[in-house]
Design a protein around this ligand. Structure first.
Ligand code: FES
Length: 107
């Protein structure tokens, strides 16, 4: 279990507790945060869960899969950053307690 902060494009901040093993898209839905549509249901096939992770936390994430990489590359160039990830591909674990996700505006 750890705390996750979601920052919506409009600036609304949500701080929620997430159990280990849950992906951060499902955790958002569980907490009625709907700024990421999550159209593909978490299969790394739509990028509507695109978020930007603060560097401190980005460095602690598992490497991204090829599917995640290519899905992010398909996004508008001006929206993707060096610390972009797909929330559905991030699973909560103890080391991520305190992670901050900025939800991308283009979702
Ligand atoms: S929900 Fe589709 S890529 Fe994350």
């Amino acid at each position: 279990m750890g705390q996750v902060t979601y920052i919506e494009p409009c600036g609304t901040v949500h701080e929620v507790n997430v159990e280990n093993g849950k992906n951060l898209l499902d955790a958002a839905f569980d907490n009625e945060i709907y700024a990421m549509p999550g159209v593909c249901g978490g299969d790394a096939a739509c990028a509507t869960c695109h978020c930007v992770v603060e560097q401190e936390w980005f460095d602690k994430l598992d490497d991204m899969s090829e599917d995640e990489y290519y899905m992010l590359q398909s996004q508008a160039e001006e929206e993707v950053t060096a610390t972009s990830r797909l929330a559905c591909q991030i699973k909560m674990r103890d080391e991520l307690d305190g992670i901050i996700l900025m939800i991308a505006a283009g979702n």
